[in-house]
Design a protein around this ligand. Structure first.
Ligand SMILES: Cc1cc2nc3c(=O)[nH]c(=O)nc-3n(C[C@H](O)[C@H](O)[C@H](O)COP(=O)(O)OP(=O)(O)OC[C@H]3O[C@@H](n4cnc5c(N)ncnc54)[C@H](O)[C@@H]3O)c2cc1C
Length: 394
């Protein structure tokens, strides 16, 4: 079977790997001219760790772990007001992994680049489905015919829009916007994350790649904003507006770094909820189908597991792709729902609506017993959701 996958971030290359291993002919088309850089640390836990082991890349992924030792909440002068220590950030069993999103992309790409046909700088413009195949039109390449089309093209999936219609039907906003960018580690922070919270806004910094660089983050609550997803300068302007007049902690310096950054990422924090993830010869995987939001920390794990299950069911169904798509959905649905709930819970933790709530949280984080109990509960909920699927051996 000839399969076309749209999107080369996490879900796309992971799915390409498994499909190729099972004997499918796979092409991946990516809109960017090469692997997109950027992003914060993403978490891999539970069933997703097992999938990476089965792919033979668990050791290389672990070797690229960010090794962050704690999250520190600072005030406007940079004084630490509260902290979440290493033992509490959900990886005390040494099971979870946190890796820079683009490091993981690179590992998945290296694993597949010699076996998979990657098309860069192109995008699907139309899908014409017949009984036997799908004729695909591209922005640049000539039309080609495939048996199956898989959208692994993220929250604002192009394949989803072409097949299922407008994204607004499926998007659930969490009421805030996020921006991430790389900058110089000018404070020499050492394997730490620093967060400065003011009502409805959070500014952060995170040491990355052995402290050789840092990632900046701006997060803010807002009414729905109208913006062009491809106009980076306009998006940078939205952040400047949102943080105008804020001079506490490192906000001014980070705004300057943000303006100069070349791997700037900006998006609305939202989830995708769809009643069905496939239609005839087209299916979706990862954020395109069930994005739980970047604040959930579960998007990457869902994408890795989703790719494994979708490819496995396609193999098991021996050509009956409709049966495979139904089985994929049956296996994944509960797992996805549990993890999307984590996203809703986590959104509240990264941004607070009042000075009182910020002070209360910092106070709580200074009482070790409260902190430990709180994080033990959270860890347990997250671990349970991350393992809420029994992986079949396809
Ligand atoms: C640049 C970037 C930075 C991110 N940073 C973070 C982060 O800091 N924290 C976090 O939790 N999550 C982040 N995410 C999201 C995270 O990668 C996903 O939640 C998760 O890993 C699932 O991945 P995915 O492959 O399903 O979707 P995504 O990672 O969103 O990848 C979708 C891919 O599809 C490509 N694409 C989009 N439109 C088209 C099109 N028309 N044709 C072909 N290809 C297309 C995109 O360029 C991208 O490579 C980021 C995503 C991106 C793209």
């Amino acid at each position: 079977m000839r399969v076309l996958i749209s999107g080369a971030s996490i879900a796309g290359p992971a799915l390409a790997y498994w499909l190729h291993r099972y004997g499918f002919h796979v092409t991946v088309v990516e809109r960017a001219s090469f692997l997109r850089e950027g992003g914060y640390g993403v978490d891999i836990r539970g069933a997703a760790v097992k999938v990476l082991r089965r792919m033979g890349i668990l050791d290389s992924v672990r070797a690229a772990d960010t090794c962050i030792t704690g999250v520190y909440f600072v005030n406007s002068k940079g004084k630490i007001e509260g902290q979440i220590s290493e033992a509490s950030i959900a990886n005390q069993q040494g099971l979870d992994i946190e890796i820079m999103r683009d490091d993981l992309c690179n590992i998945l790409y290296d694993l597949t680049k010699d076996k998979i046909n990657y098309i860069w700088g192109d995008s699907i413009t139309a899908l014409h489905e017949t009984e036997d195949a799908v004729e695909v039109h591209f922005t640049r390449c000539k039309p080609q015919t495939f048996d199956l089309i898989i959208g692994a093209d993220g929250l604002h999936s192009n394949v989803r829009a072409l097949t299922f219609g407008d994204e607004e039907q499926f998007k659930r906003t969490l009421g805030c916007y996020i921006s991430i960018f790389t900058h110089e580690n000018y404070l020499n922070i050492d394997h730490r994350q620093l967060l400065y919270m003011i009502p409805d806004k959070t500014v952060g910094m995170f040491s990355a790649r052995g402290n050789s660089e840092a990632k900046g983050i701006f997060l803010f609550k807002s009414e729905a904003l109208n913006f062009d997803r491809y106009d980076v300068e306009a998006q940078k302007g939205l952040i400047e507006n949102a943080f105008e007049g804020q001079i506490g902690w490192e906000t001014a310096s980070l705004l300057q770094f943000m303006k100069e950054s070349t791997d700037f990422y900006f998006d609305e924090v939202c989830q995708i909820h769809m009643p069905k993830w496939s239609k005839n010869r087209v299916a979706l995987v990862g954020d395109a189908a069930y994005g739980p939001s970047p604040l959930s920390g579960q998007g990457t794990s869902l994408a890795i597991v989703g790719a494994y299950v979708l490819a496995g069911e396609l193999k098991a169904s021996d050509g009956d792709f409709e049966r495979a798509f139904d089985a994929y959905e049956q296996e994944m649905r509960k797992f996805v729902e549990k993890n999307q709930k984590i996203g809703l819970m986590a959104a509240g933790g990264m941004i607070e609506s009042s000075k009182f709530k910020i002070s209360l949280r910092n106070l709580m984080l200074r009482v070790p017993i409260l902190m430990n109990v709180n994080f033990k509960i959270i860890t347990k909920i997250v671990a349970k959701a991350a393992n809420k699927i029994e992986l079949k051996d396809y």
